[in-house]
Design a protein. Structure first.
Length: 365
């Protein structure tokens, strides 16, 4: 706090224009928050490390309010279906109607009451859902059930999520130990190489420019790839010898990647920002704007996610987008940044980085 206060007073003396002062202080506060707090500290706390921490604060009061909320109207939902198609897989029941009331929705289909018989109706055989107070909720439930992963898939997500949290801890310790060496590496970067990278970054802060600059710092790359490679190995182990081939199979793996990375994605982006900031990389590259600095961290993070996708056998961007749309946390996934990375994976810089993770760009169809 003392450091921030000293800088604040110095800023007040130097800047007299009110609008300029607001802009300067805005950047100063953002920089202070990201610079002073080591994001790796949160990785050791399961709830605090990811996005679930806030949900646990003040839980008692929220739960009490939740308990007092009125329950949703449970009006019966009537559905219509193709009886000739449904009879083919409900052979031990006796009924004629093409209409019934919903009892339960499962991933396999709808369990409905038809003329006193309990039958299963495939989603594809539905012809109409009658208007009712719960119609919207029912359709939402249908979509959720169709997108729901099997218990085995859910376990894979939990395993990968846990591994990602452990790796965050490992990364933090490795960076703390090697920070001095990395700072020296940044400082001693050959001028000719530095000028080449700065020129590319000045032209555009794109995927190849960012990865190319980071690759010029072997020690930094070593500690990151050594840890992330463990996640790549786990994904390859889970997919086994049989990689997903159809777009549907690829979309399922994309969905898993989006969901297991969700809990930790903000921490990882902040962690990469922290590592690049504290090592002097941003300063050396001449990237002064906090917004551009965060863009670099985002590009780097999504390059790693692209590596995970390729390792899982997800090569079609269309399949990945489908997976994002089906994922529980797809709304927070930066599809645009991911697409930019996937478009560059076969470039020399990105392919070289992914190879150090144990991922070959040639695996991408």
């Amino acid at each position: 706090m003392k450091k921030w206060a000293t800088t604040y007073l110095a800023t007040m003396k130097l800047v007299t224009n009110k609008s300029t002062l607001i802009d300067v202080l805005g950047e100063l506060i953002l920089e202070y928050k990201l610079d002073e707090a080591n994001p790796f500290d949160a990785a050791g706390k399961d709830a605090g490390g990811g996005d679930d921490a806030a949900a646990e604060d003040g839980g008692g009061e929220e739960k009490e309010k939740e308990d007092k909320k009125p329950k949703e109207d449970s009006e019966t939902i009537t559905i219509k279906f193709d009886p000739s198609a449904v009879k083919k897989y409900n052979t031990n029941t006796n009924w004629r109607s093409g209409e019934g009331t919903v009892k339960k929705v499962t991933k396999k289909g709808i369990e409905a009451d038809v003329e006193g018989n309990t039958i299963i109706i495939n989603f594809s055989d539905l012809t109409e859902i009658t208007k009712g107070l719960n119609e919207t909720l029912f359709k939402k439930k249908l979509q959720e059930e169709e997108n729901k992963l099997d218990p085995e898939d859910e376990k894979q997500i939990k395993d990968l999520e846990s591994e990602m949290g452990s790796i965050a801890n490992e990364l933090g310790s490795a960076f703390d130990s090697a920070q001095g060496e990395i700072e020296k590496e940044v400082e001693e970067m050959p001028e000719k190489k530095l000028d080449e990278h700065k020129q590319k970054l000045n032209e555009a802060i794109g995927v190849t420019a960012v990865i190319g600059f980071i690759l010029a710092l072997p020690k930094l790359v070593e500690i990151i790839t050594k840890s992330i490679a463990k996640l790549v190995k786990l994904i390859k182990k889970l997919t086994g010898a049989k990689k997903p081939e159809t777009e549907e199979e690829q979309a399922q793996w994309a969905q898993k990647i989006v969901d297991f990375t969700h809990k930790w994605h903000k921490l990882y982006i902040k962690a990469f920002y922290y590592m690049f900031k504290m090592s002097g990389l941003y300063k050396k590259a001449g990237i002064k704007s906090p917004a551009l600095q965060m863009k670099v961290a985002n590009i780097f993070y999504y390059t790693i996610v692209a590596g995970l996708a390729i390792a899982a056998g997800v090569g079609a961007i269309g399949a990945f987008k489908t997976g994002v749309s089906q994922a529980a946390h797809g709304g927070e996934f930066a599809v645009g940044t991911f697409e930019s990375v996937m478009a560059a994976v076969k470039s020399g810089e990105v392919a070289s980085f992914l190879a150090q993770l144990g991922v070959e760009a040639t695996e991408l169809a």
